[in-house]
Design a binder for this molecule. Structure first.
Ligand code: 1PR
Length: 527
């Protein structure tokens, strides 16, 4: 039996699913005795150091956890479950950690995008049973802005390179903790958890040549989801956001089945977008929660879900905050949520007032779950201009001329799935959302969506060069070369596609086979 510490703000469902996929049963901690009586304890920490420690102190779990750590029984910490073991964190300077190890948690201060989101390697620094059966060159999924700095290097199990060489896991005795998320790291992560669960005493001497690890570019499969006219939940796909063909909603398959197929094909992330969320209430009108629950049982890579994440009042007058909607998604297995329309309205208010309210969906969710859990999805369309002057928006000189030969354009933000244009440009939206606490930008493009004509490179560069958080290029992929183009002509960390995968025109494995000797990617058993 594995005891799992759930303090109410983490995505524990994925960890439970990963452990159960290994054939172990899981007991979730409900009181102090569960900690003291645990045979093996797993502590997945997600979100914000300060709110995590406040909850642990409120529940009076801290002392029992320290007693457990001193008992010598097996402990596995994940992400914040690693940070908590140390004295304090720059993420919440006034809050103490367990202090079980001397040292503190530092924020990345580097020239690269922060949070560090994606698949990176590890440098194994000492013999360990943890990596038994692995090659040592596998990549694991990271999503964090902070890392631990132990005073005693002897506890360091692996390091990883991302602007700095940071500690990506520690081990001493029966205590193991990782910065990366093994429950989201595919087969390699499952193997690592299995080694912990079946932990034998012998240390496996792994002789690895230390190497500079590199963050992989991520290939993301996107499933636009909505109910069709018969009320069935289907994966659909827009052509410049028009999802109807011969009057019917295009039906490209079932969400859970397609997500599992893409996982097996080597997708680095899966994104579900509930594209009628602006009018359906996601917790009632569309069974996205059950789609997430069922998907997370067999798909062990990050799941992002969006659509309808905003404050909401249902027909009976009951109000729900965006945080409540997002929390329901996280509890169902989402690792990140994506906010579309509401982000535009929030940014418009901010541009008008210059003030943060602290009450916006972006701020609320980022505060509890951390910036890395908040994606902002932008749905822009080109507005052509013959001159760049006096339009009050971020204008670019474009090589893709307008219908009347215009040489300039700005990218107008839209809401409600492209149905309503707003007086805000995509660059400004991205910058404001980063300021409000968003951790990543999903940059769609209405003009390119579903056209197979390639990504809008000018748009990706305009936005990517204006923010420091990761950007996912989206819309327009038609062939493997388009992925190479976007990764070499822009600094986008990820490329998302939908139509070419759903229509089986280009398999994910083909994209990775084409890219593998050209850009850093995560190889799976398909490559
Ligand atoms: O506004 O917070 O409720 O979120 C709604 C979400 O649904 C947003 O993320 C928005 O982008 C998405 N959405 C709304 N309507 C549509 C539509 O298509 N009618 N999907 C829609 C937008 C963008 C990607 C698409 C890429 C790649 N789709 O999901 O998959 O463009 O396409 P391709 O590779 O086939 O070219 P809220």
């Amino acid at each position: 039996m594995i005891t799992l510490l759930d303090y109410g703000a983490g995505n524990v469902r994925s960890v439970i699913n990963a452990i159960e996929s290994i054939g172990e049963n899981v007991k979730v901690v409900t009181d102090v005795d569960d900690i003291l009586s645990a045979e093996k304890l797993v502590f997945p920490g997600v979100g914000n150091f300060g709110s995590m420690m406040r909850i642990l102190y409120q529940k009076q779990y801290v002392d029992p956890l320290k007693d457990y750590l001193r008992s010598g029984r097996p402990f596995f910490g994940i992400c914040l479950g690693l940070h908590a073991l140390f004295e304090k964190s720059e993420e919440a300077p006034d809050t103490s950690g367990f202090g079980f190890f001397s040292g503190q948690v530092k924020k990345f201060d580097i020239d690269l995008s922060v949070p560090h989101i994606g698949w990176n390697g590890v440098n194994i620094k000492k013999p360990s049973q943890t990596f038994n059966g692995l090659r040592g060159d596998e990549k694991f999924y990271f999503v964090h802005s902070f890392y631990v700095e132990p005073e005693d290097n002897a506890v360091v199990l692996t390091t990883t390179n991302y602007g700095v060489e940071f500690v990506s896991s520690i081990q001493t005795g029966s205590i193991t903790a990782t910065q990366f998320h093994p429950e989201k790291s595919g087969d390699a992560g499952i193997k690592l958890l299995k080694n912990f669960i079946q932990s034998r005493r012998e240390q496996i001497a792994l002789s690895y040549v230390s190497h500079e690890t590199r963050l992989a570019k991520r290939i993301i499969a996107c499933l636009d989801v909505r109910s069709n006219d018969q009320g069935d939940l289907v994966v659909t796909k827009g052509d410049q956001y028009d999802v109807r063909e011969n009057g019917d909603v295009r039906n490209l398959g079932k969400p859970v089945e397609l997500a599992e197929r893409y996982y097996r094909e080597g997708a680095d992330e899966i994104t579900f977008l509930n594209i009628t969320g602006f009018r359906d209430f996601p917790l009632e009108d569309i069974p996205m929660l059950s789609v997430l629950k069922r998907t997370s049982e067999h798909v062990f890579v990050p799941l992002t879900t969006g659509g309808g994440i905003q404050d909401y009042t249902d027909q009976k007058g009951r109000t729900y905050t965006a945080l409540e909607v997002a929390s329901a998604y996280f509890r169902s297995g989402a690792d990140k949520i994506s906010i579309g329309s509401d982000a535009v309205l929030i940014a418009e208010d901010y541009v008008k007032t210059g003030k943060m309210t602290g009450k916006s969906s972006i701020e609320q969710i980022s505060e509890v779950y951390g910036a890395q859990a908040v994606v902002v999805s932008i749905d822009p369309r080109r507005v052509y201009l013959s001159s760049p002057d006096n339009v009050g928006h971020h204008v670019i000189k474009t090589d893709i001329k307008g219908p009347n030969g215009e040489g300039y354009c700005w990218y107008q933000c839209t809401i409600k799935g492209g149905r309503e244009g707003r007086n805000l440009d995509a660059v400004t939206l991205a910058q404001v959302c980063e300021k409000l606490g968003a951790g990543e930008i999903l940059l769609n493009c209405i003009d390119k969506d579903g056209t197979n004509s390639g990504y809008d490179i000018e748009l990706v560069n305009a936005v990517k060069n204006a923010v420091t958080i990761p950007v996912i290029a989206s819309s327009g992929a038609g062939c493997v070369e388009h992925f190479y183009d976007v990764f070499t002509k822009t600094k986008a960390e990820s490329a998302l596609a939908a139509g070419i995968f759903h229509r089986k025109e280009v398999p994910i494995a083909a994209v990775k086979n084409y890219l593998k000797d050209k850009v850093e990617i995560r190889l799976t058993n398909n490559n």
